[in-house]
Design a protein around this ligand. Structure first.
Ligand code: NAP
Length: 274
């Protein structure tokens, strides 16, 4: 079977983490900052909170009003930084456009930055001394390891260059000795580049954009995209899964591939805070 089962791997990890956390003398404590009323963020925060509860990790959802000023937000982060009980802080994106999200990420104490999105932790990843790696690339690296995908010397192509997924993903693959090309919206002849990939990671947010003829026979394809289609009733990835799956050695489905790994990887980072 060439379909990567993210749910299976994440539930296996959940059991491992449950035992690990039960044996910790000090428990992690997560604070999730949510600003405004983005419906998807509310669901993500709820899911992360439920997982923390299941694993015996205390957490709190700090819901701030959308009119909050940058100064007020930074003050909230300062308070959490100086609270010794709080070991992990994350800010759920998107946040209202009048706020500077990178400045907020950078205000989080790097030792509490469980999403790995502040410049210090991203810099450590870039210099191959990773501290906290962003959850989605971390989860993908775990999937590749679980499915015994050898990265060293492989031609890796990452489509998408966001700070959240594409950039840190490319760095993870580079740190694992892959030969990495990063593509984005200005890339010319995208299909010719993706077709060279032994390992192709796609994170662009465009439903079924990568077609089977853009994929090399026998490639490992990781689809990060989450796109709601048919009046939001169905979720599809960035890869045309139904046609692409016949060409791939391994491929992640959407849903059930990368998504469950992103949530569980947050726990991996949280454990490192104590
Ligand atoms: P993002 O910040 O919007 O970044 C999208 C990236 O895709 C940008 O770098 C953009 O290029 C590139 N891009 C857009 N159109 C392109 C095209 N036609 N050809 C090549 N590159 C193109 O998105 P993101 O936060 O990285 O998320 C990407 C997708 O992954 C979304 O569907 C998101 O919902 C999903 N996601 C899933 C998980 C999960 O756990 N499964 C986690 C996070 C995100 P430019 O830089 O040139 O604009």
């Amino acid at each position: 079977m060439n379909i990567i089962d993210g749910r299976l791997i994440s539930s296996k990890l959940k059991e491992e983490y449950k035992k690990k956390i039960a044996n910790l003398s000090k428990k992690p404590f997560l604070v999730m900052i949510r600003i405004g009323d983005d419906a998807a963020s509310e669901i993500y925060v709820r899911n992360k909170g439920n997982l923390c509860s299941e694993l015996g990790i205390p957490y709190s959802d700090l819901h701030l009003k959308s009119e909050i000023t940058q100064e007020e937000l930074l003050k909230q982060i300062d308070d959490l930084n100086s609270n010794d009980e709080v070991t992990g802080i994350l800010i759920e994106s998107p946040i209202p456009s009048h706020l500077n999200i990178q400045e907020a990420f950078d205000r989080i104490d790097p030792k509490k930055d469980v999403d790995g999105l502040n410049s210090f932790n991203l810099g450590n990843l870039a210099s191959n001394h990773p501290t906290f790696t962003p959850a989605t690339p971390l989860g993908i690296m775990t999937l590749l390891k679980e499915y015994r995908v050898d990265i060293e010397g492989k031609r890796c192509v990452v489509v998408g260059r966001s700070n959240l997924v594409g950039r840190p993903m490319a760095l993870c693959l580079l740190n694992a000795n892959g030969t990495v090309t990063v593509c984005h919206s200005r890339t010319k002849n995208l299909g010719e580049i993706t077709k060279e990939a032994d390992i192709l990671v796609v994170a662009i947010g465009k439903p079924q954009f990568i077609k089977a003829d853009m994929i090399k026979e026998g490639a490992v394809v990781i689809d990060v995209g989450i796109n709601r289609v048919q009046d939001s009733k169905k979720i599809v990835g960035d890869v045309d899964f139904e046609n692409a799956k016949y060409k791939c050695e391994l491929i992640t489905p959407v849903p059930g591939g990368v998504g469950p790994m992103t949530v569980i990887s947050l726990i991996d980072n949280l454990i490192k805070t104590v």
